[in-house]
Design a protein. Structure first.
Ligand code: MN
Length: 713
């Protein structure tokens, strides 16, 4: 197609006219005249918007977007992309508004321009490679339409082409490095191989001008040295293919300088040692011809068996397809040959652009292509809809935001400043008191969006709020908040409960010693550790006054004060500790005469006592020397939701509290996914056992911890 180029519709200057002419020469090759009219409208619109602005080189600014668009036209991009290319800097750098552009050019084009402007707002500050990867993901995630990235790549390519001599050295280097880290890999990912190569070489010359020029000179000499051989090889190829009647186009090919440089650097090689600097592409008509050509070539020169690759059968991740073989040519010159069809060639050079440009091309192929490179599952049947939907859903579950220092933090989608704070550090999260997004104060529940810059305000008084659990989404934040609340709340509740209980008790029983006794009997009566009683009072499950009343009104409180039998180390050796309830020091106990064992100690609430004659029971108390190291058997039952590392965590808590494990037995409840462990332990006294049970009940997924022989009455 060669459509008539429309007349200029604005008062262009001569430089702009020249640039415009070049653009339209390319565009007229494949666009209809109606579309060229629209292109002219966009051109005039951008020209007027940029009027008075100049590039660093002194040229009118508009020549830049026109050149960007000319490149896009060379890739045969659709009219919408071309219009966006012409106006890509209009929203950002001129007074024109989104609304105005939308009125003139419609939603689609304006959104493409807006997408490019948004991408430009992000800075890539960090030079670390993993940050580069995050930034590339950010760029992809930010982009609803893959055409935005294509415009951006063309924009960057033109900026790189015109970088030399205009910008300061430092700026040139940083732009070049950014191109190398960010944009060249994106180009490769999208299969825009020629853009990838050119960007790399342009970056190379700007970062290491000296090395580039040395390599360029070496290359030029090498080219002259091998000129005749290359020609000889080429002639041999074309003659032989003709002889066999295979129609093919032979393209001479040279490795680009940056890739030679990298090969030398990475493998510590000299220039002469780098293989396949020269090569050929042989483009055939039919798929099967690829294999025929390879067979023919192998009959001319000996192939390197290790370097034969079938990327037709197994395409590369960016959908590149080709056969590769490296031949030993005359004088030992290694020649790499890539053999592919016309169709494969278009994708090899232009990747996704080739597919987007080929509007009549197979939609199925387009989809396969993107599925391969982006692992997308797409069912849209319509190519246009499909293009719009290429919003790189592969990153949909993540959001990328910045720290004030430009570091990129990756968070789950829906993340809030709280998640961000905990991602920085647990302490930052625990002391977070406020947040700013892009310099504006926001509520902590605000959802972060790609590219937000987040600043967390902390204070030494700040502490986690249970309400945060309503909106924090990252596992790290949620578990840190839960952990904090669990530990701090419990401590607070215990302290509060203790104060309330003591106050209530002392008002009823103003004798501290007897009050303490009442307390310990109360604990024993309910078989709860002191801390647990206080915790229940502190959390309102138990009323301090009623607990105190009950403690004081225990019938035999005064009777117990007079203890008839004292067990000390000596007597304890002579009495038997009942297996049914396994009493340990400081348990409330009674002693009975047992025909089999003689004096037998039971816990006061043991069922066995119910069956024995009350008259035969003695009250008793433990009086132990503190240095006593004797250990007593006891058993606990621990029930928890099964999880990885559970038994280890339990065992650690037990031994950290000073307990010994003699034996453990486990019972698994499949239906409820609960596991119960029965531990046979050795402990020194009740206090130690309480420490163990408390530590265990604080563990994650714990259902209950019970002492064997408990709640028997
Ligand atoms: Mn630009």
């Amino acid at each position: 197609m060669n459509s008539p180029v429309p007349q200029p519709s604005a008062d262009y200057d001569s430089l702009t006219l020249a640039a415009r002419e070049k653009l339209f020469a390319v565009a007229a090759g494949y666009l209809a005249s109606q579309q060229l009219m629209q292109l002219e409208r966009a051109c005039a619109y951008a020209f007027i918007a940029h009027k008075g602005q100049t590039r660093k080189s002194g040229e009118p600014y508009i020549t830049h977007p026109i050149a960007v668009t000319e490149e896009l036209a060379k890739w045969h991009m659709d009219i919408e992309t071309l219009c966006a290319g012409l106006m890509h800097d209009v929203l950002e750098d001129t007074k024109v508004t989104f609304e105005d552009m939308k009125q003139q050019f419609g939603n689609k084009i304006t959104e493409l321009v807006d997408g490019v402007s948004k991408l430009d707002k992000f800075e890539y500050a960090d030079k670390q490679s993993h940050q580069a990867a995050s930034f590339r993901k950010l760029v992809m995630a930010m982009t609803r339409d893959v055409r935005v990235i294509i415009v951006k790549l063309s924009d960057r390519l033109h900026n790189m082409r015109t970088l030399g001599g205009v910008q300061k050295v430092a700026k040139r280097r940083s732009t070049a490095q950014e191109t190398l880290d960010i944009f060249a890999p994106i180009a490769l990912r999208l299969g825009l191989n020629h853009v990838y190569r050119e960007m790399q070489d342009l970056a190379f010359v700007n970062i290491y001008p000296q090395r580039y020029h040395v390599l360029q000179k070496t290359m030029a000499k090498f080219r002259i040295d091998y000129q005749s051989i290359i020609r000889e090889v080429e002639t041999k190829f074309s003659d032989t293919l003709q002889y066999y009647g295979v129609e093919a186009r032979i393209i001479r090919n040279e490795k680009h300088l940056y890739s030679i440089y990298r090969k030398m650097q990475d493998r510590n090689k000299k220039f002469e040692q780098v293989n396949d600097i020269f090569g050929f592409q042989i483009i055939v008509n039919k798929f099967l011809d690829c294999y025929t050509v390879m067979g023919i070539l192998h009959s001319i020169y000996q192939p390197d068996i290790k370097r034969i690759k079938d990327h037709i059968a197994i395409p590369k991740s960016n959908n590149y397809q080709s056969l590769h073989t490296t031949l030993r040519g005359p004088q030992g010159l290694k020649v790499e040959v890539q053999i592919r069809t016309q169709e494969m060639q278009a994708i090899a050079e232009n990747g996704i652009a080739a597919i987007l440009a080929d509007s009549k091309g197979s939609i199925q192929r387009t989809q396969n292509w993107l599925q391969t490179i982006m692992d997308l599952q797409h069912n849209s049947a319509d190519a246009a809809e499909f293009m719009e939907n290429v919003k790189t859903d592969l990153f949909a579950n993540e959001v990328y935001v910045y720290t004030p220092r430009g570091k990129i933090i990756t968070l789950p989608r829906g993340a809030t400043p709280i998640d961000f704070a905990y991602a920085i550090h647990t302490d930052v999260g625990n002391h977070c008191v406020g947040a700013q997004i892009n310099g504006v104060n926001v509520p902590l529940r605000t959802k972060l969006r790609n590219g937000d810059q987040v600043h967390i305000m902390t204070s030494s008084y700040g502490k986690p709020n249970p309400i945060w659990l309503d909106f924090a989404v990252s596992g790290r934040a949620r578990s840190a908040i839960r952990y904090y609340i669990k530990s701090v709340d419990r401590q607070n509740a215990i302290a509060l409960g203790e104060a309330l209980f003591n106050k209530a008790l002392l008002s009823l029983l103003p004798d501290e010693q007897r009050a303490n006794l009442a307390k310990s009997h109360y604990c024993q009566q309910y078989n709860l550790p002191w801390n647990e009683v206080c915790y229940q009072i502190g959390t309102g499950k138990l009323l301090a006054v009623s607990a105190a009343l009950e403690a004081v009104n225990q019938k035999d409180l005064d009777k117990r004060v007079k203890l008839p039998l004292t067990l000390d180390t000596n007597t304890a050796n002579r009495v038997h500790l009942a297996e049914c309830c396994q009493p340990i020091p400081d348990d409330a106990i009674r002693v009975v005469m047992d025909k089999q064992h003689g004096l037998t100690v039971h816990r006061e609430d043991c069922v066995v006592l119910l069956d024995s004659d009350f008259e035969q029971q003695f009250e008793a108390d433990w009086r132990y020397l503190s240095e006593d190291k004797k250990r007593y058997d006891t058993e606990i039952s621990v029930c928890a939701r099964d999880r990885h590392g559970l038994l280890m965590a339990i065992s650690r808590e037990i031994s950290e509290a000073g307990g010994y494990i003699n034996r453990v037995e486990s019972i698994f409840n499949d239906a409820e996914q609960l596991i119960t462990f029965n531990f046979e332990l050795q402990v020194s006294n009740l206090a130690q056992l309480c420490r163990i049970t408390q530590a265990l009940s604080r563990l994650d997924s714990m259902q209950y911890v019970r002492r064997i022989g408990d709640n028997l009455i």
